[in-house]
Design a protein around this ligand. Structure first.
Ligand SMILES: Cc1cc2nc3c(=O)[nH]c(=O)nc-3n(C[C@H](O)[C@H](O)[C@H](O)COP(=O)(O)OP(=O)(O)OC[C@H]3O[C@@H](n4cnc5c(N)ncnc54)[C@H](O)[C@@H]3O)c2cc1C
Length: 423
């Protein structure tokens, strides 16, 4: 059967562009299909912890300030009563700094890296579904609409990577549904001109307060962030978990305005300093779409539900899954079609489970627990005051720990992750 590429990658976000880069560098003929044209906006917090920075370094991307990255030295945690400033931990696995960059720039840079490596990027091409071989049930290509005139086209390849984000249209077309028992998140964000744009810390607001009536401050549902972008603006947003009672009946845009109107005026998070509109999207968490490999189709990043239930970070997991997928696909393509190739591909979901499965199972429990306001309140009120607990909370929430070796806290997180049973 004729083929258009050895591998088709659907979606040129962090998962797709990273996978395409590694594959092309290994000499694989990759067709990277993307529905938009670069540079384009993507609603996000624009922040990477050191775990994400490692992925950029692995790709050979210069993450220095001179190359346009804003560095963070750590995380400032704020509750109604408490502010903690914590430097990123010193680890074997990850660098001691985080970065921020608008997704407008970030995704463009990653897509250009893939093209430079030899991937064939085709923009303005919306994939509408998988082509499945009726006889074998294998995914052997994709149907798409391309160009200004949305011309129907089809492309064939022995392997297809679904990197199309939270919509997961490709996986759905192949019958891979999401697991409703796993947590989901919703998040909204906006850019504000602010004197805090060059703050060295990124911020996590564990409590959002409405102080419009100073006599009766009201605790709002959800968690907030502020990620300085160094260009005069800060990316400010909030998110909520599906485990929270308010999840379904909240006007998220109104919630963001209410919260920000109660933050100190000198921070600048006010309507008159806003740049652009409020954008929002869903966060598919804790492996909410599996299997990550079936019959010629691999799921990566958000398409495979890989956002961390601990902190809503999804870029690092998207890139980690891309690294693993590329490694297994390269090995698979070097084998004859049939059982031997399938064996190589079956290593991908196993490697993913090994890397983040236990940590995400633990995260799913965490998401369930903090969905209850009383648990969350107790955790912020008392937990963060116990000095001995702070490194555990910090490393656990950020995903920045050494999975092998490391100190006692790192070993405890790994142990808890391994011991958490599947739900
Ligand atoms: C408000 C908000 C804030 C967030 N903040 C952060 C943060 O600060 N840090 C962090 O790490 N994560 C954050 N996340 C999560 C993060 O944005 C995602 O986890 C990450 O983008 C996943 O990467 P991906 O490559 O899997 O998918 P995406 O980035 O969604 O990329 C998918 C790509 O596929 C393309 N595409 C989609 N459908 C098709 C189709 N049918 N055909 C062709 N192309 C298609 C899209 O145009 C896009 O380019 C946030 C999410 C939200 C909603």
């Amino acid at each position: 059967m004729s083929q258009d590429a050895q591998v088709i990658v659907v979606g040129a976000g962090p998962a797709g562009s990273t996978a395409a880069t590694y594959l092309a560098r290994a000499g694989v003929d990759v067709l990277l299909l993307e529905k938009t044209t670069f540079p384009r906006e993507k609603v996000c917090g624009d922040g990477l912890t050191p775990r994400g920075v490692k992925q950029l370094i692995d790709l050979g991307i210069d993450t220095s300030r001179d190359a346009g990255w804003v560095h963070s030295r750590g995380l400032r945690i704020l509750t109604g009563e408490l502010t903690l400033e914590l430097d990123w931990p010193e680890l074997t696995s990850y660098p001691p700094y985080g970065v921020a960059r608008t997704r407008q720039d970030f995704d463009d840079l990653l897509a250009r890296t893939a093209v430079k490596a030899g991937a064939r990027l085709q923009e303005r091409t919306t994939v509408t579904g998988a082509i499945t071989d009726e006889r074998t049930g294998r995914v052997v290509g994709v149907e798409a609409k391309t160009g200004e005139d949305k011309r129907p086209v089809s492309y064939r390849a022995p392997l297809v990577l679904a990197c199309d984000g939270v919509s997961a249209r490709l996986a759905l077309s192949a019958g891979i549904e999401k697991n409703e028992k796993r947590p989901m998140g919703v998040a909204v964000r906006r850019y504000y001109r602010s004197p805090r744009h060059d703050d060295e810390f990124i911020e996590g607001h564990l409590e959002l307060w409405d102080r419009s009536d100073p006599r009766r401050p009201k605790l709002l549902p959800g968690y907030g962030w502020a990620f300085p972008l160094g260009d005069g603006t800060v990316n400010v947003g909030l998110g909520m978990l599906s485990t929270s009672a308010a999840f379904r009946n909240t006007d998220y845009r109104a919630l963001l305005r209410t919260w920000l109107d109660s933050t100190p005026a000198e921070w600048g998070y006010r309507e008159e300093n806003a740049v652009g509109r409020i954008g929002g999207a869903g966060l598919p968490m804790g492996f909410n779409r599996t299997p990550h490999y079936r019959a010629g189709l691999l799921l990566l990043g958000d398409a495979g539900g890989m956002v961390s239930p601990f902190n809503g970070e999804g870029i690092s997991a998207a890139m980690e899954s891309a690294q693993l997928a590329a490694e297994h696909v390269v090995q698979a393509l070097a084998r004859p079609e049939g059982p031997s190739r399938e064996r190589a591909l079956s290593g991908y979901p196993r490697a993913l489970a090994e890397l983040m499965g236990g940590y995400y199972r633990l995260g799913n429990l965490f998401a369930k627990a903090i969905g209850k306001p009383a648990v969350m309140r107790a955790a912020t009120k008392y937990g963060l005051r116990v000095n001995a607990l702070i490194p555990l909370v910090y490393k656990g929430l950020s995903g920045c720990y050494d999975a092998s070796g490391g100190d006692g806290v790192d070993r405890l997180i790994s142990l808890l992750a391994k011991a958490t049973p599947s739900a």
